[in-house]
Design a protein around this ligand. Structure first.
Ligand code: FDA
Length: 308
């Protein structure tokens, strides 16, 4: 119930306008965000790298409505790619199709993606992942991914599959056969029971099944196990052990500010661990999805508003 309400608020314009102006909300949101500028974000990347963690840098924003507003987004991503490369940081980038104009036109979005992918390719094939948004975009995002993966031909380019969707087993099967680079997450958007499992237990079972299937696929298919759920992590470890999956065929991923010490522990055990690090001023929808994932965050948020 609370989760659904918070996810509704994450897309409500009135709530966004109200909360974004609220200084204290911004302060709390920064627990999950590496700062507002690229310079601040790169500092966080450097710190995480020093702890043995890799990063994927996300410039916050989505649902852009004007073509001219995507210009700055592309410039920021290209600047990020160049800075990561020249400063020899262990990071790639993550981007959202609606941040690059998908709601305006598919052509605009694909051309923006091409500019960024070319920069990433020139930067020694820096890893790029296209995030998955709501089911309104699933088919288009997978289609864009396939087109660009084949056009640029680099294996570090990936997309995301959400375990809460019924369709994901079939999508994963096909993407594995094509040797794709896939981040598997549970799914963070408000979806109806016609397309997504409403019960957490079913999402978790599906997640385990999808990991188990994918780690058995042939190279170069690569799996990013994106979760903070200890049960999912343990079951993924059992799957990779059972199928003797080499460590260079998968990695763990978590979000910045969530289970930070567990991230370091896994890296110390010899696993590749990548932290998703968002930065920028458009933090509201991202922050609301993080609140929706864990009602205890709401309590933390409320407490911060009333304490100094
Ligand atoms: P679950 O929600 O069951 O949480 C398990 C435990 O993890 C909780 O009990 C708590 O301890 C901890 N936890 C989880 N979320 C927390 C939070 N917000 N604050 C504090 N603790 C928390 N989704 C999507 O739809 N499209 C995408 O492209 C991506 N991309 C993405 C990248 C990466 C690297 C990650 C880790 C996640 C995503 N997600 C995503 C989000 C994902 O779909 C999902 O909503 C969250 O990861 C929460 O699910 P968990 O698997 O962590 O399990």
């Amino acid at each position: 119930m609370i989760r659904r309400f918070l996810l509704y608020l994450s897309t409500a314009r009135w709530a966004r306008a109200m909360t974004s102006r609220f200084f204290l909300a911004r302060r709390v949101a920064l627990r999950f965000v590496a700062g507002e500028t690229l310079t601040e974000a790169l500092e966080v990347v450097r710190r995480l790298n020093a702890d043995g963690l890799k990063v994927t840098l996300d410039y916050l924003g989505e649902s852009v409505e004007k073509a001219e507003d995507t210009v700055e987004v592309v410039e920021m991503y290209v600047a990020a790619v160049k800075a990561i490369h020249t400063q020899k940081l262990g990071s790639g980038i993550s981007l959202k199709p609606t941040h690059l104009g998908l709601d305006i036109s598919q052509d605009l979005c694909i051309n923006n993606l091409r500019t960024i992918l070319q920069a990433a390719k020139d930067a020694d094939n820096m890893p790029v992942t296209m995030d998955m948004e709501s089911t309104a975009y699933t088919d288009t995002t997978i289609g864009l991914y396939r087109t660009l993966r084949d056009e640029y031909g680099f294996t570090n380019f990936g997309t995301v599959i959400q375990a809460y969707l019924y369709r994901s087993r079939e999508d994963m099967k096909q993407l594995a056969a094509e040797g794709s680079h896939i981040r598997l997450c549970k799914g963070a958007y408000l979806e109806p029971a016609t397309v997504a499992f409403p019960e957490k237990a079913d999402v978790d079972d599906h997640y385990r099944q999808l990991v188990d299937d994918y780690v058995q696929s042939a190279p170069p298919a690569y799996l990013c196990i994106a979760t903070h759920d200890e049960n999912m992590i343990q079951s993924a470890r059992t799957s990779v052990q059972t199928h003797a999956t080499p460590k260079d065929r998968f990695e763990f991923q978590m979000l910045y500010g969530i289970r930070s010490s567990r991230q370091v522990e896994l890296a110390k055990e010899g696993f590749t661990v990548r932290v998703y690090v968002p930065f920028g001023v458009t933090w509201y929808p991202y922050f609301m999805r993080r609140l929706a994932e864990r009602p205890a965050n709401l309590w933390f948020f409320a407490k911060s508003l009333f304490s100094r």
